[in-house]
Design a protein around this ligand. Structure first.
Ligand SMILES: [Zn+2]
Length: 513
């Protein structure tokens, strides 16, 4: 999932400095996977040798022993000459690699070259240390490259850094392994995690104030056989919330959809697999129907974008706020519009259906491959066909495909498999197909940004009748297509005809159809 967006300037999650435990958000408390006993401000200097020696002890590590600030002595012998950093940035992704190289070299020269022990100073001066600057630099670069996630991965013999750009991972840096522990530790300190605990998975978050604005970073760590892997998800607060028509929805689909979501009651479902942009569509829909005269309430896991005029509730299983329980409570709150982030179980499905039949408009998402499959997903959960037929107004199934990079698009000849797919899906004959070759503007991927592909199923009386009669998915699909449904595959191929994307990208993202 990468097309998330954050309402500009309406959210302030924290400061760039480590924050106390009570400053953390619901998600952190909800997960409860680690004790928030680490007090980063007190942890002045930490020798990794100490970790290794004590971490394996029967009693675990005593946090009090970490406070070594007063007793710390620099190594007596002068540091050897700076070691040469073995950074090998991937050529196509090195727009700002020289800055990164400089910071890595500075770190290796001052710290990594001295001993395997690594000192992390978390005090007023630490934000200027090479490691602290490197974290800032990685996040800044990731944002500049439109990445949604940064993966910091210890592997056999190197520390690999990858960015997820437009849904695909791209290798960005290969650092010496000696950088792994200090880099991950620095990120964990920022995220208010227990840096002594290196085996159990942890999660946390921090906010960075950068030159161009703020970014919220959600951090999770997990121990792999090569060490702790850390993933940072970036929530760019300055990225504006997309409107429906900006998501790539064709004008006629947008017009019908927009009319449908203004219905006073009934249910509209957004369907697709993980990472297909369902949340973005739900948010764009909320932005479209947000009105002062209506009480709009959401229940989400997690809340990703904040609306100033919408009552947004975050699920919290430890506090007993599941989708179903939260939804029951919401219905006692005189709502007009209820957005249920995702329907995962029959309890939630049943309450949502009943709400939509009793004068509320319900917006929700489902894991399903296409619009017809979403209807059958309700049946599979155990909801009666007549309830689905009377509550669901329509289903929007969707995928995200990457757009061909305009800076490096060049003609190419699709292979036989691609041409067979194109023709079978109804693509019109075409002299020239374009594909990105890879350039600095697209981090070498040949693609830049993504566009939504939508399949919009409008529940007609005939489809309702078929559904009540337990028609198969094939029967429903055939009738829907006869009534004008444009399938995901057909819409994807239309984008190929318009040179917006490539055949291989459509095959990749709409694999199942
Ligand atoms: Zn390019």
């Amino acid at each position: 999932m990468a097309l998330w967006a954050r309402g500009a300037g309406r959210h302030s999650a924290g400061s760039p400095r480590p924050r106390p435990a009570e400053g953390t958000d619901n998600k952190e408390h909800a997960s409860g996977t680690y004790p928030t006993t680490a007090t980063p401000a007190a942890v002045a200097v930490i020798e990794l040798d100490d970790f290794d020696a004590k971490d394996d002890g029967p009693d675990g590590f005593d946090l009090a022993e970490l406070v070594l600030a007063d007793t710390f002595e620099p190594a007596p012998e002068p540091p050897p000459p700076p070691a040469r950093a073995e950074t090998r940035p991937v050529p196509q992704a090195n727009g700002t690699a020289s800055d990164v190289d400089r910071l890595v070299n500075a770190f290796v020269a001052t710290e990594g070259g001295r001993s395997p022990a690594v000192a992390i100073k978390e005090d007023a001066s630490s934000s200027g240390s090479p490691i602290a600057q490197l974290v800032n630099k990685l996040v800044t670069d990731a944002l500049a490259k439109r990445a949604s996630d940064v993966h910091v991965e210890p592997t056999d013999g190197e520390l690999r850094v990858r960015f997820r750009i437009d849904g695909s991972l791209v290798d960005v840096h290969s650092f010496p392994s000696s950088l792994a522990a200090p880099l991950v530790s620095r990120i964990k300190i920022l995220a208010n995690m227990n840096i002594v605990e290196r085996r159990r998975p942890q999660d946390g978050q921090f906010a960075l104030e950068l030159d161009h604005g703020g970014v919220d970073v959600r951090v999770s760590t997990i121990a792999t056989v090569f060490g702790e892997k850390c993933v940072m998800r970036l929530l760019d607060k300055d990225r504006s919330l997309l409107k429906l028509h900006e998501l790539g929805m064709p004008a006629d689909t947008h017009a019908s959809y927009s009319k449908m979501v203004r219905s006073p009651f009934g249910m509209v479902v957004s369907a697709g697999p993980t990472g297909s942009g369902k949340t973005t569509t739900l948010y764009a829909t909320l932005a479209e129907i947000d009105e002062r005269a209506r009480n709009i309430v959401t229940i989400e896991d997690p809340v990703e974008a904040v609306f100033s005029t919408v009552n947004q509730i975050q699920t919290n299983e430890q506090a007993g706020i599941t989708f179903a329980d939260g939804l029951r409570a919401i219905l006692r709150q005189d709502p007009d519009v209820v957005m249920v982030g995702e329907i995962r179980d029959i309890d939630t499905a049943r309450i949502a259906v009943q709400a939509s039949l009793t004068g509320h408009f319900v917006l929700t998402s489902l894991h399903a491959t296409d619009s017809v499959a979403a209807l059958h997903r309700f049946l599979d959960m155990g909801i009666e066909a007549f309830l689905i037929a009377s509550s669901v107004l329509g289903v929007v199934s969707q995928r995200l495909v990457r757009r061909t990079c305009p800076s490096c698009a060049a003609p190419y000849v699709p292979n036989a498999e691609e041409m067979a797919f194109y023709e079978e899906a109804g693509g019109h004959p075409k002299d020239v197909f374009l594909q990105g070759r890879g350039c600095s503007a697209c981090a070498g991927t040949g693609y830049k940004d993504r566009i939504g592909v939508y399949e919009f199923l409008h529940m007609t009386p005939e489809l309702r009748r078929l559904l009540v009669g337990w028609a198969t998915q094939d029967e429903l699909r055939r009738v829907a297509i006869n009534q004008g449904l444009r399938t995901l595959r057909a819409e994807g191929v239309t984008l190929v005809e318009q040179d917006v994307t490539t055949i291989s990208e459509v095959i990749r993202s709409i694999y199942s159809l």
